[in-house]
Design a protein around this ligand. Structure first.
Ligand code: ADP
Length: 145
């Protein structure tokens, strides 16, 4: 069984995130979406709401499960016997960050990171953008999975 963890803040979970999950389903048997919580990182949408929203999105896809976790992603992956970390890359800035994380995680535990590139039409979509729009009263429905 090939199991991947898809870790992130998902504050909120966007159509860009959902696209990565959808495409990764042809690579892995199971995907565990891990909502990482960090007391230093201020979130807009409560973790429990994010959990409920993402679970609802995948209620008819038994190969995708969703959990909240604290601590290191590599520990969360180990707890679930996952062999892979799944991440998405939109731009050069993402690439540098993801490369560093992938290297550190590989060094720590041997876990492989699998990166999928964003679809060009979703490249501008980030949780930060969606949060900004939300905080300024815009309708964000079109960005949510
Ligand atoms: P984090 O706080 O860990 O960066 P995010 O929730 O912002 O978590 O993102 C989780 C993963 O999804 C990251 O690998 C990020 O690059 C990727 N991602 C975010 N938005 C998109 C998008 N529009 N297309 C593809 N990948 C994306």
């Amino acid at each position: 069984m090939k199991t991947a963890i898809f870790p992130g803040s998902f504050d909120p979970f966007t159509i860009g995130h959902a696209d990565i999950v959808q495409r990764a389903l042809s690579l892995f048997d199971n995907i565990i979406i891990g909502i990482g919580t960090n007391s230093l990182k201020q979130s807009i949408f409560p973790a429990e709401k994010r959990l409920a929203h993402i679970r609802k999105t995948y209620e008819n896809e038994p190969r995708v499960t969703v959990e909240i976790y604290t601590g290191l992603t590599v520990d969360f992956a180990r707890e679930h016997n996952a062999q892979f970390i799944l991440r998405g890359v939109r731009c050069v800035a993402d690439f540098e960050y993801e490369r560093n994380m992938a290297e550190a995680n590989k060094h720590l535990t041997g876990l492989e990171t699998v990166i999928l590139y964003t679809r060009p039409e979703y490249a501008h979509i980030s949780s930060t953008l969606v949060r900004d729009l939300y905080q300024h009263g815009y309708d964000i429905k079109e960005y949510l999975a």
